[in-house]
Design a protein around this ligand. Structure first.
Ligand code: COA
Length: 272
């Protein structure tokens, strides 16, 4: 039976699975709960022997606005998880996705931010709409890009551009992401799901063994280039940053600006 999740939709149609982030009113943020559900869904797909390809997307107008900032600044002792366990959920999610048996295709449109970029990066193939808005604002939030995001972006984009995008937090477009090699295809917004569906259908006809061997072969080569497994300590950097006074002050100033803009006060063009 297909499992029910609070923040995700999971479907299977023959050899093709679909996983949809499903909090469209909040632009599909990645709360600790969602991260745990994503890891659980990835493990569930691994038990579905018929599923060869999984299309990953977001409901509504966003892929994902990244880490759930509504809980930023809350007392971590209110969480059922320890601060470190909570900080580690993103890394565990990314690992579960990267290691999924099925080939994963990210179908991306609208905002794809922070942890959303990491989620896209741990999918095997990426198709995005021309209107996709990428950014990695963690450093502006006073935290490092965690969840194993750095080695994965270094692998996909190269070190110089990873430094620039992560340190400056400047947004980047689908065309730039395609030119950098992060995206396989850029298509009109209304064609993204059809394009991803067609690619999934084409792949689903191929030998499951040959697909899996190709996927794990690429992953093994990537792991040798810059191991994401070594980013286990990302959770420690995250916990340290959440306790660092200067990081908190600057991060809170940034959050106040973002929230003011969202409420219409002091509006500015956040889409760069
Ligand atoms: N976590 C939780 N809620 C989020 C969110 C996030 N990361 N991003 C957006 N939302 C919520 C907003 O609070 C808003 O909720 P509301 O309607 O109840 O007020 C809703 O999603 C729509 O967001 P809004 O800001 O009105 O949409 P927009 O199109 O004007 O702007 C963004 C889109 C993505 C540019 C903007 O929402 C944003 O900057 N979000 C924060 C991104 C971020 O810093 N993520 C953390 C990465 S580490």
């Amino acid at each position: 039976m297909t499992p029910a999740f609070d923040t995700l939709l999971v479907e299977v149609d023959g050899r093709i699975g679909r996983l949809t982030l499903n909090r469209p009113d909040k632009l599909n943020p990645l709360s600790t709960h969602t991260l745990r559900e994503l890891a659980e869904a990835a493990h569930w797909f691994d038990t579905q022997r018929d599923v060869r390809v999984v299309v990953v997307s977001g409901a509504g107008r966003a892929f994902s606005a990244g880490a759930d900032i509504s809980s930023f600044g809350e007392d971590p002792s209110n969480d059922a998880l320890s601060p470190r366990d909570s900080a580690e959920t993103g890394w565990l999610m990314a690992r579960a996705f990267e290691q999924m048996r099925a080939v994963t295709i990210a179908a991306i449109w609208g905002p794809c931010i922070g942890g959303g970029v990491v989620l896209a990066a741990v999918c095997d193939l990426r198709i995005a709409a021309t209107d996709t808005y990428f950014s990695i604002p963690e450093v502006d939030l006073g935290i490092p890009l965690a969840w194993g995001g750095i080695p994965r972006l270094v692998r996909e984009l190269g070190p110089a551009i990873t430094r620039e995008l992560v340190m400056t937090c400047r947004p980047f477009s689908a065309d730039e992401a395609r030119a950098l090699g992060f995206l396989n295809r850029v298509v009109a917004a209304e064609s993204v799901m059809a394009e991803a569906g067609q690619l999934a259908a084409d792949l689903a006809q191929k030998s499951a063994l040959a697909l899996y061997a190709s996927k794990t072969g690429v992953n093994a080569a990537l792991e040798a280039m810059a191991p994401a497994s070594a980013a286990w300590s990302d959770a420690d950097s995250l916990v340290a940053a959440l306790g660092d006074p200067e990081s908190r002050r600057l991060g809170n100033e940034y959050l106040r600006r973002v929230r003011k803009e969202a409420s219409g006060e002091n509006p500015s063009d956040r889409h760069g």
